[in-house]
Design a protein. Structure first.
Length: 318
């Protein structure tokens, strides 16, 4: 007889947005908006009234640096009634070569869910194969789906329903763009991508987005991509783990989001950046600090988005 069955929750991995799908992402955004509104002005550590994850523990495993992902998952778990522990690769046996498979099996006996930030997407797939608890992607070299749930929430909060929106991306065709592209196919918005030659996103994500019905345009002309766009978005030119090459910075120079570029977008457009930002590189100070910049709403929304992702991973949402 299993005396603990009343405590059993589902175990759904969230490695990419497609694991959840259109309806679940819509449910995540709706729940995030409701929970955020219900706790307006509360102290940040106060537990939501229903405490849906009371007694649950989330392990946050980091093989790369983090501020927002680390803090937002910690606060998200506290607000849902649960707790977290943080495992840094450098101070755990992962950093001495213990396998992902063994780590997944050990953590599954000790915690209720695992969030992993890693340098290689294959590692999170390996973690998910061997874990018997939900595994959540807190950024890999390939994608950053939790960030994009927060981004979509931010855009909607700023009065822009997703279907038919025109996003415009500038700079490096990186992990954040890959998740935006996946979201576009699922949530029916379009993406114009302006990158220097040789820095385009993986064609797999372009194809995925187009299969979902999104219109994706690729250009090497930043002004063309910005023209009448609803959402202007960029990210660092040099991601964690990439070689910091002068040649790449030089190639990116004409893709900076600055006042001239913003002037080409729709007057009510918003500027997004997942942060950390490099002022004077991918974005000018004027735009970053300007009235169209919603980057700190976006950062706060990591908490509200992460709560929805956690609830979905336990089968309590969507
Ligand atoms: N945007 C984001 O993921 O930030 P951190 O690297 O600080 O977690
Ligand atoms: N593209 C960046 C995102 C940081 C949140 C990186 O991977 O470093």
């Amino acid at each position: 007889m299993n005396t603990h069955s009343e405590y059993r929750l589902e175990s759904r991995h969230f490695l990419d947005l497609g694991d959840a799908g259109t309806d679940a992402i819509a449910a995540m955004i709706a729940d995030a908006l409701d929970r955020k509104a219900a706790r307006a002005d509360w102290p940040k550590g106060k537990v939501d009234k229903d405490a849906p994850l009371a007694g649950r523990v989330l392990a946050l495993v980091f093989e790369k640096n983090s501020t927002r992902t680390r803090v937002s998952f910690d606060i998200a778990m506290r607000q849902l009634g649960g707790t977290v522990l943080i495992l840094e690769a450098g101070s755990s046996q992962l950093g001495r070569g213990e396998s992902i498979a063994d780590t997944a099996r050990v953590l599954s006996r000790m915690v209720d869910a695992i969030m992993l930030r890693t340098d290689n997407h294959a590692k999170i797939e390996e973690m998910a194969r061997h874990a018997s608890v939900p595994v959540i992607n807190g950024l890999t070299d390939r994608s950053h789906p939790c960030q994009i749930v927060a981004d979509l929430l931010t855009v909607i909060e700023h009065g822009k329903p997703l279907p038919g929106l025109e996003f415009a991306w500038f700079g490096d065709g990186n992990n954040v763009l890959h998740s935006i592209l996946e979201a576009a196919g699922l949530m029916k918005f379009n993406v114009r991508i302006a990158t220097p030659k040789g820095y385009e996103p993986d064609s797999e994500f372009i194809a995925l987005s187009r299969e979902g019905g999104a219109t994706i345009t690729m250009t090497n002309d930043a002004d063309e991509a910005a023209n009448c766009a609803d959402v202007i978005v960029t990210d660092t030119w040099i991601s964690m783990g990439q070689e910091d090459a002068d040649a790449k910075r030089t190639a990116m120079e004409s893709f900076q989001v600055n006042a001239n570029l913003m002037a080409k977008a729709k007057p009510g457009s918003v500027f997004l950046h997942c942060l950390p930002a490099h002022i004077g590189e991918e974005v000018s100070e004027e735009v970053f600090e300007g009235p169209q910049s919603v980057v700190f709403d976006e950062a706060e929304n990591r908490i509200h988005a992460q709560k929805s992702v956690l609830l979905w991973s336990f089968g309590l949402l969507g």
